[in-house]
Design a protein around this ligand. Structure first.
Ligand code: AMP
Ligand code: GLY
Length: 423
């Protein structure tokens, strides 16, 4: 069969790599893709938001399945658009992707169905939000309702800071329309864990757990980024906790969406906080995490196409999802200055070192071809993933492989996976 993957980052490179391993696939296309993905898929420079061109391209290439990677097109309704043209699509429809697209929606859903999450209030004007803050307990968390490239969450330690946050989001409209509504929620403490799941509308099957490192610098300092590295599994996500989450969070979320007439088929990514009073939902995403996919998918035993087909057909209960009994660590190599200002266009050297090395992956996040060479083309450039028998070995392997590649302005965190020493 022929498969089209929509997206062009490290997550999509991990998806394409897994799709490439499927025995049923003989051709992969990717829009827009990147220089790494181009080794496995035919790439065409079409924006993920250009729904008409994506549909035309998929029809012209006669693809049997379209897999949508990023949040923006899912929330914008790419799945519906392609289905209307008769294409088969993996990824939630617009009315289900709202689970990620509106934080106010997801908080209200959790409240209505008793799914554990932080206490909150929704606001649609700055005045009411300011008034609420005056008598609220600090620290407090402000969240722009809509998609804001992962940057729409502010943790404020004083009333002044919180008021300034409301101003930025709702009055200065720093995140545009995403700030038309605001969620103000209780600050939770604990360890964070990401759990990606496959969902077919009724059945939900979790993948192995992972943990992300969102801040730009070591010791969780610096600005929030799209993610500077991940490890999988999380040693803090025990069997007991996973059973609790399946029963009290995962299954109730899928049932709630079905009940609301918003049948969810695709990936639900649960951002969880393991608090003293039990696991609670920080956020939902309607897609694979980036760079969570880069540590989870390399450890998956299943044929990803079989699992995705089961999600679309509503037969996920028949699938036995399983993961290797090992660990993986991904270290992101970024351009110095990310996430604010950085230069690109520098040659990436040493990529050949990964050829034929089992258990090592060099996922391209921001790369392009220039004059026959592969050059940097983004803030996050590469995700270096290594597998190992346990987390410590995987981490040592990943940091070894980080040395194999080089480009000007290369920088990475040196403490990805440090939390595992505390387990
Ligand atoms: P989100 O995009 O909702 O996952 O938020 C981004 C990050 O902000 C999370 O990964 C947490 O580190 C932090 N965060 C979000 N909500 C809360 C909360 N209620 N309490 C503490 N930290 C939070
Ligand atoms: N790594 C966090 C995300 O994909 O949202």
């Amino acid at each position: 069969m022929k498969v089209l993957v929509v997206g062009g980052g490290g997550r999509e490179h991990a998806i394409v790599t897994k799709v490439h391993q499927s025995s049923s696939v003989d051709k992969i296309y990717c829009v827009p893709g990147n220089a790494g993905i181009a080794a496995l898929a035919e790439c065409e420079n079409i924006s993920v938001m250009d729904f008409d061109r994506i549909a035309d391209y998929a029809l012209e290439k006669k693809v049997d399945l379209v897999i949508v990677g990023p949040d923006d097109p899912l929330v914008g309704g790419l799945t519906d658009h392609l289905e209307a043209k008769g294409l088969r699509v993996f990824g939630p429809r617009k009315n289900a992707a709202i689970l990620e697209g509106s934080k106010a929606f997801s908080k209200d859903l959790m409240k209505k169905y008793g799914i554990p999450t932080a206490a909150y209030e929704n606001f649609d004007n700055a005045e009411d939000a300011m008034k609420y803050i005056e008598s609220a307990q600090m620290p407090i968390v402000l969240k722009a309702d809509g998609l804001a490239l992962g940057k729409g969450v502010l943790i404020c330690s004083s009333i002044d800071e919180a008021k300034d946050g409301v101003r930025q989001i709702m009055i200065d409209r720093k995140f545009g329309d995403a700030g038309n509504r605001l969620v103000i929620e209780e600050f939770m403490q604990g360890r964070e864990v990401s759990v990606l799941t496959f969902v077919d509308g009724k059945t939900i099957k979790p993948m192995t757990s992972a943990q992300d490192h969102k801040r730009a610098l070591d010791n969780d300092e610096g600005l929030n980024t799209g993610g500077m590295g991940t490890f999988s599994p999380s040693p803090f996500y025990t069997k007991e906790i996973s059973e609790y989450c399946q029963k009290n969070i995962f299954e109730p979320t899928v049932a709630a969406m079905a009940r609301e007439g918003r049948e969810f088929k695709g990936i639900i990514f649960f951002g969880l906080m393991l608090t003293k009073s039990g696991p609670k939902v920080l956020e939902y995403n309607a897609r694979f995490g980036d760079p969570e996919a880069q540590v989870v998918l390399p450890r998956m035993n299943n044929d990803i196409i079989e699992v995705m087909n089961a999600c679309i057909d509503g037969t996920l209960d028949k699938i036995d999802l399983s993961f290797e009994d090992n660990a993986a660590v991904c270290v992101v190599l970024a351009s110095e200055g990310y996430p604010v200002k950085y230069e690109k266009g520098f040659e990436i050297k040493g990529l050949d070192a990964f050829d034929g090395k089992d258990g090592y992956f060099c996922f391209h996040a921001g790369s392009a071809f220039k004059d026959g060479k592969i050059v940097t083309n983004g803030g996050r450039v590469l995700g270096i993933t290594a597998v190992g028998k346990d987390l410590k070995k995987a981490r040592a392997n990943a940091y070894e492989a980080v040395k194999w590649v080089d480009f000007e302005n290369k920088y990475c965190r040196s403490d990805i996976g440090r939390a595992i020493d505390e387990a």
